[in-house]
Ligand binder design. Structure first.
Ligand SMILES: *[C@@H]1O[C@H](CO)[C@@H](O)[C@H](O)[C@H]1NC(C)=O
Length: 194
């Protein structure tokens, strides 16, 4: 009953209403302030992958992002835990936390940069988290050729042909199809069976 009278009588009702709104807003502000003060340890928003293979012609960018309160800093460390810095033209840690490997010339290949285990560390006063290991491997694009050795089989029996890929690129090569001199093509969906 008191409430309905306040609504009908503008002067009094309005004041009470203002006080209510004021209390409500203060309540919200108070809560927001509390939330801002609440520490939250770093949590990965984007955790880098376990393996990053790239070619000298393309380069690579490895993403790492974390959130928390306060906002965590991102640093990159090697397998032995030491922090990773910039190497001009070869490796750069961006302010957003991404690790960048620009394209590079064959003669600029450096094992400690281009074949290295990295991990991303998100750290703040509220704590720190380590990402999984990121195995980075760069290859220098170079010419290679594949081969097939002759196989003999008695008519009616099977012969198995192997695609011989040079070992220096074998890890990065996938056999997509086989071809005969007559222009026939076989893909993995055919199970390569003739
Ligand atoms: C990558 O290496 C190949 C082979 O040496 C070279 O031809 C190419 O120019 C290199 N790419 C860049 C971006 O330097």
């Amino acid at each position: 009953m008191g409430l309905s009278r306040m609504i009908r009588e503008p002067p009094g009702g309005c004041n009470v209403g203002r006080i209510a709104v004021f209390i409500f807003i203060s309540f919200i502000l108070f809560n927001v302030t509390l939330a801002e003060d609440e520490l939250m340890g770093p949590v990965f928003v984007k955790e880098p992958p376990n393996r990053v293979d790239f070619s000298n012609g393309t380069g690579a960018q490895v993403e790492c992002q974390a959130r928390g309160n306060p906002q965590p800093d991102i640093i990159w460390v090697r397998g032995d835990g030491t922090a990773v810095g910039d190497v001009p033209g070869l490796r750069q840690v961006l302010p957003n936390g991404n690790l960048v490997f620009p394209p590079f010339r064959a003669e600029d290949y450096r094992q400690e940069v281009h074949a290295q285990v990295y991990s991303c560390l998100a750290t703040s006063p509220a704590g720190s988290v380590h990402s999984r290991d990121v195995n980075v491997r760069a290859v220098v694009a170079q010419y290679y050729d594949t081969d097939v050795n002759k196989e003999y089989a008695i008519r009616g029996n099977s012969a198995i042909l192997k695609c011989v890929v040079p070992s220096f690129v074998a890890d990065f090569v996938k056999v997509l199809s086989w071809h005969t001199d007559q222009g026939e093509e076989f893909t993995p969906t055919d199970d390569y069976g003739i």
